[in-house]
Design a protein around this ligand. Structure first.
Ligand SMILES: O=c1ccn([C@@H]2O[C@H](COP(=O)(O)OP(=O)(O)O[C@H]3O[C@H](CO)[C@@H](O)[C@H](O)[C@H]3O)[C@@H](O)[C@H]2O)c(=O)[nH]1
Length: 454
């Protein structure tokens, strides 16, 4: 039962991790909770701060972090997460204590919802005697694979010889050892990071940006042997307002270019906010796209030292492709994937991109780069069968064949049909009485109950 009038005075504190793939779903969660009547406080690091002007309905609370010059390249992520957890606890505690003691908020702050990476928030919640909830922006399938690493180590399955990396992992079908998340840092780092998140399990519930239809089995397995209240409320971008959650400036000019392309003819290429292509890989990708014969929209991210994406691309490429290719630094991805002209997505398989593609019925070519992406790619290609995994060296002929295989050849037709079927299931889950819709209402009731029990 909705009780929006009562909720208006209840404030929920969100603590997003300062990375694009984490901030977006947290702001979307804030948006849907706001639509359920709650007031939203976003307690964010100054480093990679979200843009408050995109969300005038939220209160933004900057937390000092000493992170101004931190590097978000993949090799430095674990160090970044450790710095955040070391530096941010006290500033968050002080900022929240301050606003809670202000007359107008009083005891109306009801709970903290924190990104899994921001686990220092648990100590803050405990200090302020607030309940807290853990928010997951990754797939449950990945979380399960990560959680199983100690078992696989104890049973002697990992580390594994290179020649046996294609074997299936016992108990984790369809994953192979090569898909396992043991490359996030050293194996010790993986274990330490995981221990930290397991040991800090004092949260009242997990909120997961996923869909039961896709991940029910992984979710159930993940929750064993210590079940906890779970709300699977994804894909959040389908339930939130379309306000921008982007940290980078979006180039919308590609939409008018897409308007001129034939339905389902365009291959969209993007590898998210963290991964980069090396110069040689960019060259191969460029000539692979050129020789595929398909129109393409390619997000080529430049480092700050290079002001034009074209400077990174091979000589003669621009002239060769003419109007057939559109290159941008950062695209309005959700709009792009929803556009009729887009027929395929060459993706790194970040979880947000995966959910965004599945929600629009766009089949994928999976080119995972880091972290959870190999697990997602395996599920996309072998469980949901909505994509084809690219496992060759990034070389122009292989790229051309993969693109034509998905976009033109007969083999892509089944993949496309599966993607359309999954799109329908996702639409059903976010509509009235669907699993995510119901889960979101359950979450709103759960949060309201914190106030009643005060
Ligand atoms: O030109 C672009 C490219 C991307 N995006 C958006 O950026 C987000 C990218 O998120 P994601 O696909 O999850 O990739 P990453 O940014 O790489 O996200 C990190 O965080 C995710 C969630 O934890 C993980 O699944 C990824 O592996 C990890 O790299 C998506 O919402 C996209 O819509 C744009 O708006 N414009």
């Amino acid at each position: 039962m909705e009780n929006q009038g009562l909720r208006k005075c209840l404030h929920v504190v969100l603590v997003p991790a300062p990375l694009q793939g984490h901030i977006s779903p947290m702001l979307q969660l804030g948006d849907v909770l706001h639509s359920k009547g709650f007031s939203i406080i976003v307690a964010h690091t100054i480093f990679n701060s979200p843009n408050p002007s995109n969300h005038p309905e939220f209160i933004f609370l900057p937390i000092s972090d000493n992170l101004s010059d931190h590097d978000t390249s993949p090799g430095n992520l674990l160090a970044l997460f450790k710095s955040i957890n070391k530096n941010c606890e006290e500033p968050l505690r002080q900022s929240l204590a301050h606003i809670m003691h202000q007359q107008e908020l009083g005891d109306r702050v009801v709970c903290i919802i924190y990104d899994q990476i921001m686990y220092f928030s648990e100590a803050v919640a405990s200090h302020l005697k607030l309940p807290c909830m853990n928010f997951r922006t990754i797939s449950a399938s990945f979380a399960l694979a990560y959680k199983e690493i100690p078992r696989l180590l104890a049973e002697g399955y990992i580390p594994r010889q290179n020649s046996m990396l294609q074997d299936l992992v016992p108990g984790l079908f369809p994953l192979r050892f090569t898909d396992m998340p043991t490359d996030i840092g050293s194996l010790e780092d993986v274990i330490e990071n995981m221990e930290l998140s397991i040991n800090t399990r004092n949260y009242s519930a997990i909120i997961w940006n996923t869909v039961d239809h896709l991940e029910q089995t992984a979710l159930a397995q993940f929750l064993q042997p210590r079940p906890v209240q779970l709300f699977s409320v994804g894909p959040l971008h389908k339930m939130a307002s379309p306000s921008s959650t982007s940290l980078l400036e979006v180039d919308t000019s590609c939409i008018s270019w897409l308007d001129k392309q034939a339905p389902r003819s365009v291959i969209y290429v993007s590898i998210g906010s963290l991964a980069f292509m090396e110069e040689k890989e960019l060259t191969e990708m460029a000539w692979g796209l050129a020789s595929s014969g398909q129109p393409f929209l390619w997000v080529v991210r430049t480092g700050s030292e290079c002001d034009s994406e074209w400077k990174l691309l091979p000589k003669g490429f621009k002239e060769t492709i003419g109007e057939r290719g559109c290159i941008v630094k950062w695209a309005p991805q959700r709009k792009v994937l929803a556009h009729d002209a887009v027929g395929g997505f060459w993706s790194h398989c970040g979880w947000n991109s995966t959910l965004e593609s599945l929600s629009e019925g766009v089949p994928m070519i999976c080119w995972p780069c880091l972290g959870d992406q190999k697990v997602n790619a395996r599920y996309i290609s072998h469980e949901w069968k909505v994509g084809q995994q690219f496992e060759h060296e990034l070389e122009r002929n292989a790229i051309k064949q993969a693109i034509r295989g998905l976009m033109v050849n007969k083999e892509g037709e089944n993949t496309r049909q599966n993607a359309m079927d999954i799109m329908e299931k996702i639409r059903f889950s976010v509509n009235k009485e669907g699993s995510s819709y119901n889960s979101l209402n359950g979450l709103a009731e759960f949060i309201s109950s914190f106030q009643l029990s005060k």
